[in-house]
Unconditional design. Structure first.
Length: 373
């Protein structure tokens, strides 16, 4: 499968002229009866070799993680009851995985441009950095508490200490992903870095703002909206979705969607107990609103993240009508049919939604294929 990035690279290399690339895009769009942007392309596989390499790389990362922890344990002669020793082993495992991921990325990402292995190696690097610094700083938390004179029963100061460690780990992880982005330019990297910064912000608020635990869902919702706005900034810089910026926006939308959907439905108390008919109606109305947003920005991530809640609401409605034995089957039939209809008529529905936005529609991906002469 060839992506828009591959076409752009072919034009830059002189293999194709811009006119030939545009003609190819127009041909594909006409054959699918939809604008190219509506396909919401993102490259996950360049071939089965991606899966093969990803499996091999996964095995190597797991193996080196265990080896790193084992060697660290032997070097320090660890005690199973000593948090510092355990933290050192965890840290060694994390940093070993991060280093190995970087070295493998030098070939499979930078030279071979393999999609799935690049994603796996980025996650391995970011996860390794997070685990490495988390083990290093978290394992020594009792020592920090002792040096700072924090009593064992001083819950507030202990919480602040834990929050400070979480902030440091998040910032270092975000910095590591930024360095990885500058070197390898893997699209998912920006979303991983944004997630790390969200973790830092939420951790700081939870640690230093009294009573913030009661507002966790609202805080996450605000974070999700900010990530969504950041994703739209990337999207608006490439409305034709022909560059790497569109792939970056895809992963940012994927990160923002659960941060928006889950807090909203949890604040409504969808899973707190028996859902009423009125609550189910609210859930369905919210899903329709999410669908309008998804149609406007031409991204489906928000619909996927909130799907479990609308399934639960519909299931509860069928149960209340007495169709207990068929409630699950009818729920799947109704929601599945609705989603298929939405997919089949995505373009005309999207044109209608964008048309009511007026001038704002000019900042959104086009609803018609732009044909170049």
């Amino acid at each position: 499968m060839y992506s828009e990035i591959d076409l752009a690279n072919a034009v830059d290399a002189g293999v194709l002229t811009p006119e030939q690339a545009d003609a190819f895009r127009n041909h594909i769009a006409e054959g699918r009866s939809s604008p190219a942007v509506d396909e919401e392309h993102f490259r996950l596989l360049t071939g089965f070799n991606d899966i093969f390499v990803a499996i091999a790389a996964g095995l190597i990362l797991v193996a080196v993680g265990f080896i790193g922890a084992y060697i660290a344990g032997k070097v320090i002669g660890h005690s199973p009851d000593d948090p510092a020793d355990i933290g050192a082993m965890v840290s060694a495992a994390g940093f070993t995985v991060a280093i190995t991921s970087w070295l493998l990325a030098e070939y499979f990402t930078r030279q071979r441009r393999m999609a799935l292995p690049s994603i796996l190696l980025l996650l391995g690097f970011a996860g390794g950095i997070f685990t490495g610094f988390g083990g290093l700083l978290g394992g020594n938390a009792p020592w920090y508490a002792e040096k700072l004179g924090i009593a064992f029963n001083d819950e507030m100061r202990l919480k602040q200490l834990a929050g400070t460690i979480a902030i440091l780990v998040g910032v270092l992880t975000a910095a590591g992903t930024w360095i990885h982005w500058r070197r390898f330019m893997v699209p998912i990297t920006v979303a991983v870095g944004a997630s790390a910064l969200v973790t830092v912000a939420v951790g700081a608020i939870m640690a230093f703002v009294p009573g913030s635990d009661d507002w966790l869902n609202a805080i996450l919702l605000v974070a999700g909206v900010l990530v969504f706005v950041f994703a739209m900034r990337w999207d608006m810089s490439d409305l034709q979705r022909r560059t790497r910026r569109s792939d970056v926006a895809f992963w940012l939308h994927l990160a923002a969607a659960p941060l928006i959907a889950h807090p909203i439905f949890h604040m409504l108390g969808v899973f707190d107990g028996n859902i009423s008919a009125a609550m189910a109606a609210v859930v369905l109305a919210l899903y329709v609103a999410f669908a309008c947003v998804a149609l406007a920005v031409d991204r489906r991530a928000l619909l996927v993240s909130s799907l479990v809640y609308v399934l639960f609401a519909m299931y509860a409605l069928f149960e209340k009508t007495g169709l207990v034995e068929l409630s699950a089957a009818l729920t799947g039939l109704v929601i599945g049919s609705a989603l298929l209809m939405l997919s089949a008529f995505w373009q005309p529905m999207r044109r209608r939604v964008v048309s009511v936005l007026g001038g704002l529609g000019e900042s959104l991906p086009p609803t018609q294929q732009i044909v170049h002469a």
